[in-house]
Design a protein around this ligand. Structure first.
Ligand code: AGP
Length: 596
């Protein structure tokens, strides 16, 4: 996610802004910029680290300014796409976090009206739209502009010849910092802690006006509201993690939002057929590494079931050794970072073989996006923990949406099927939230696992790859040896390893695999291996056969990977925490693997 800061007061604004932006660096970014108000608005921005932008920053002397670190979502990382953006006359400038869904349509109309754009971003339409509505009252212009906008945002806006800053939000964080004779607004309290610990939290659709002397919050109908300041006693480190102990836990808890954002910014392209304009390929091959490979395996089940298209999955590091089938599948490459060397090599190989290629990635402008025909961006926001969590769940969303698109394109889904599928997808943020709410129950279940040297993870059908992922998550952050197995494979070897010191985690949603999973659970318990079963709420039978049960909300079988994944992520996290492991930076691992 991008970082935002606004300052109005007696200090040199650029100094405050640079300091605050550096506090926001941990969130990840690809460019940075500042705008300072005076008799004109001066803007300076650049691609790359803040220090790059700072090294050429002129001596802007004003005491009113805004700053931004950008994590590209619309338009590649580049100097023209960096924030802030000014209107045509240079009278107002703004910074923005979030996504404007209908920006293309608004931009088209504004261009017809004579507005000139300098970037590929959705953000730039906001400043021009506000300019269009600005007849002297900037707050009113902001309200009018936002009434035309669909999407999510935190916006901070300044104007020339004024010490006033305006800010607003919808589903993006925004906090005001209260000083003496100065005031601040930021996307994150981390940016404010050097100056104040007295803050006001801004709610959706409220508008805030700040000058050095006062802060006024207006409710959506324009009426000023009273709000009691909160006192922050977090350290800078705690604040960066939003009060969570580790980035991984924060990122696990950000999943409802990550899912919502990924759906929001891709659903339209899926439903209008703008994604994958041709769907008549003979088959699909999905290629990836690690966690992304597990997402690919889930994708195979979904694509075959929903879109009725034969799908194979290959590890990116192995893809090059295949000779390439005679037919030309659509090759889908999944990589959260978009920089994994093996996946990049596979993308090049797929194109060499003459295949149509589609990348699923979380990083706009990453190398992978330049190696493929088409890109599907997940909108998880930057992931700092080495263990992939929110990027995995949004990769699943991407694959479900692609299945929806291919199923529609190939007429394997009826209108009713599509509607039902869509509404299950839209329900997922709530489903995930409810698993997160039960995290104390999951934490308690770690008693069974924390002392183990080896743990088995069993699942069937679509939850087999989910258990592979559960095992990977546990081993990478807790250093406990864990193996994922298709439950039916148990008696073909691994059963020999089970004993009272080797617990098993089993995915047991009430679906067509349920009876067989229950038999597997009994089989395991008969070898004295204690079983921790994950099932659906209301399932009383599970308690009879398993040693311990974690219950998650019931969803249709095809969607069960979502709640089960979240329970497994929490489980790994709490085991690793109890073992005192370095959760965000496990030994020997890197966030992106750029060597083959
Ligand atoms: C996941 O927790 C791991 N960090 C790792 O397996 C990762 O998924 C793999 O290296 C692939 O990365 P990518 O998605 O960036 O290509």
């Amino acid at each position: 996610m991008c970082g935002i800061i606004g300052y109005t007061g007696p200090r040199v604004a650029t100094e405050v802004i640079l300091d605050a932006l550096k506090k926001l660096e941990y969130r990840g970014y690809d460019s940075a910029g500042v705008a300072i108000s005076g008799s004109s608005i001066q803007i300076h921005k650049d691609k790359g680290e803040i220090s790059v932008m700072e090294s050429t920053l002129p001596h802007f002397l004003g005491g009113v300014g805004i700053g931004h670190t950008r994590w590209a979502t619309c338009g590649k990382p580049s100097k023209p796409n960096a924030h802030p953006f000014a209107d045509c006359t240079g009278s107002i400038a703004l910074v923005h976090n979030g996504i404007i869904e209908n920006y293309a349509e608004i931009k088209r109309k504004l261009i017809e009206d004579g507005h000139i754009f300098t970037s590929e971003t959705d953000t730039e339409v906001l400043v021009h739209l506000i300019e269009k509505h600005n007849h002297g009252d900037l707050r009113q212009a902001l309200v009018a502009a936002l009434s035309e906008v669909r999407g999510t945002y935190a916006i901070v806006l300044l104007q020339k010849d004024s010490d006033r800053i305006l800010a607003t939000r919808k589903e993006n964080p925004l906090v005001v910092g209260l000083g003496v004779g100065e005031n601040f607004v930021a996307s994150d309290v981390t940016a404010l802690l050097n100056y104040t610990n007295k803050v006001l939290y801004v709610m959706d659709d409220e508008i805030v006006e700040l000058d050095p002397r006062k802060v006024t919050i207006y409710d959506p109908s324009g009426i000023p509201v009273e709000r009691k300041p909160s006192l922050i006693n977090w350290s800078a480190d705690e604040a960066q993690k939003g009060g969570f102990e580790h980035f991984m836990l924060k990122e696990i808890f950000e999943q409802p939002e990550a899912i919502r954002n990924t759906l929001r910014s891709n659903l339209e392209a899926v439903e209008s057929g703008n994604l994958l304009s041709k769907t008549d390929f003979p088959s699909i091959k999905i290629v990836a590494c690690g966690t992304s490979y597990h997402a690919a395996l889930v994708g195979k089940y979904v694509l075959e079931k929903v879109a009725k298209v034969p799908t194979t999955v290959e590890l990116a590091s192995e893809y090059r050794y295949g000779s390439g089938a005679k037919e030309h599948p659509l090759v889908v490459l999944i990589s959260q970072s978009g920089e994994t060397a093996d996946t990049l090599a596979a993308a090049r190989e797929a194109r060499r073989r003459g295949c149509q290629t589609l990348a699923i990635t979380n990083v706009v402008g990453s190398t992978l996006t330049r190696e493929v025909d088409e890109v599907f961006y997940t909108r998880a926001g930057p992931e700092i923990g080495v263990a992939a969590t929110k990027t995995f769940i949004t990769q699943l969303i991407a694959l479900y949406l692609i299945a929806m698109r291919v199923g529609d394109g190939r007429r394997s889904l009826s209108r009713d099927d599509l509607r039902a599928f869509r509404s299950e997808l839209l329900r997922l943020p709530q489903v995930v939230r409810s698993v997160l709410d039960s995290s104390p129950q999951v934490e308690e279940a770690t008693d069974m696992l924390v002392e183990a040297r080896d743990i088995f993870f069993l699942g069937r059908n679509i939850n087999f790859p989910i258990m592979l992922e559960g095992a990977l998550k546990l081993k990478e952050i807790s250093y406990i040896h864990a193996e994922g197995y298709a439950a039916g494979e148990l008696k073909h070897g691994p059963l020999a390893l089970l004993d009272s010191k080797t617990p098993t985690v089993a995915a047991c949603p009430r679906d067509h695999t349920y009876d067989k999973m229950l038999s597997n659970v009994a089989e395991v318990q008969a070898r004295d291996s204690p079983v921790l079963a994950i099932g659906f709420q209301g399932d009383r039978d599970l308690e009879q056969v398993a040693s311990k049960v974690i219950l998650v909300p019931e969803v249709p079988p095809l969607f069960s990977p979502f709640p089960i994944t979240v329970a497994l992520q929490l489980l790994s996290y709490y085991v690793a925490k109890r073992k005192g492991c370095s959760i965000d930076k496990p030994k020997n691992l890197a966030k992106s693997v750029t060597v083959e």
